[in-house]
Ligand binder design. Sequence first.
Ligand code: LR7
Ligand code: MN
Length: 525
Amino acid sequence: MRRIRANAILILTVAWILGTFYYLWQDSRPSSSSSSSSGSQLKNHGRLEERTLPLIQQGQLLGQFDQKAFLSSKQLKAGEDPYREHAFNLQESDRLGSERTIRDTRHYRCSSMTFDPDLPPTSIIITFHNEARSTLLRTIKSVLMRSPPHLIQEIILVDDFSSDPEDCRLLSQIPKVHCLRNERREGLIRSRVRGASAASASILTFLDSHCEVNTDWLQPMIQRVKEDHTRVVSPIIDVISLDNFAYLAASADLRGGFDWSLHFKWEQIPIEQKMARNDPTQPIRTPVIAGGIFVMDKGWFNRLGQYDTHMDIWGGENFELSFRVWMCGGSLEILPCSRVGHVFRKRHPYDFPEGNALTYIKNTRRAAEVWMDEYKQYYYAARPSAQGKAFGSIADRLALRRKLNCNSFRWYLENVYPELKIPEQDAAYSLLKQGGLCLESHGTDSLGLAECKSTPSIPASQKWTLIEPQIRQHDLCLAITAFTAGSKVRLEPCNIKESRQVGVFSDLSTHSCSAHLEEQLLLFI
Ligand code: LR7
Ligand code: MN
């Protein structure tokens, strides 16, 4: 009896192993339509394995362009710090040259995906400012070598006023590559808009200037955008080590998120969504995109207002675009079967004419002011230094939002990003009380006392945020007019260096709030 049972277990085990092998083999068999399109890969045992193109085809790929001369004329000099100029190890990048084989980091099931045979071509847009020649050329070559040629309409480089204009001129010799050079530094946002306007394909693909695209990266993204032009799609962004340039697979369980200071972060897909994912090739909905690498329909890009071109240099545009896409009728997703490597750096290797912090504040403040409605108060609470900083006029972006009839930020939070915790309501504001009267703002500079309302009908004009040493309402602060007892208190744009705003916190009881209300004792509750 025991022997029969042992035999049965053995037979079942063998059958299970064979079954598993068959399943894996079936699953990873190359499909005809995904393999026919790309000339740069050969299939090997069902998995995509990369081979470099034969030299003759490489020659056709680069035309008259002399890659050896391009790379060798600008290499690191002996004794120079390899990290100084680009914030990555230039020596390692140069050593790799213009191309290399990278591991196909996709889930094995991705290689059996099929795509429409008539996918539309795309214009690739790459902006750069003082990029290293080897990383820039590898980006371009990886696109040419790992994309079906008929899907690449053109590669538009926008040279954002790099010190050496030769990079742009020489790279234009590569077939399909055009280079536009800015006459002054514009920043990546305006540069991308310039590139997008010059694009002749109906689909735009944006890339940073230090990427390497992976096997069949493009088809899944074009397919999703072709099916629904309101989708804006990103690949999984693999990591290219800034030290040794190793190509490392990123987790497939991440999406884009942020905190109230508008700081981007990768975060785990919520557990319910993760449990519901039985197909690893399925798109991942994401509240925001990292910003640099995405595919978007050109008509949709234009209709949605391209970018906010009053944003400078770097930062914030990914939030602005992400909020706009979701709130105005589109969606954002990460496609796990598309992989692109990117060199992540720890510092910016270039200068910010207005300073790094001020530029980031200006850009994110514009995004918050246009798109975050009443929730912008949490942005200001999380980033107090943003208050009172200049951000220019947002009138045209507000008009755009009205014209497009976009949803509210509340809708976005409820439907797209419910995981973003709203800071404790009570901690976020206080009332300033005297007896039964509450301090209230009227417009942007005058104050008064009015009957206190209780929750939930407390008006925004009676809510004050206490962020030591200031008392704020959004970007306006209480300030005393003079340092003498009985002087008036008024409202003015916050400025942390203004001692009249700083003094008010401790001195409030000795100052009055408006001309006709003397001798008040205000209490925080
Ligand atoms: O003044 C500038 N002009 C430019 O043309 C400054 C930069 N650039 C170019 C630059 O050469 C590069 O090609 O713009 C591109 C992006 O600049 P990076 O590489 O310094 O930016 P990043 O990779 O640190 O930053 C991410 O966030 C940015 C916010 O503005 C942009 O959206 C970047 O495109 C974006 N990069 C990615 O999403 C890749 C994945 C990284 C992550 C997370
Ligand atoms: Mn980058």
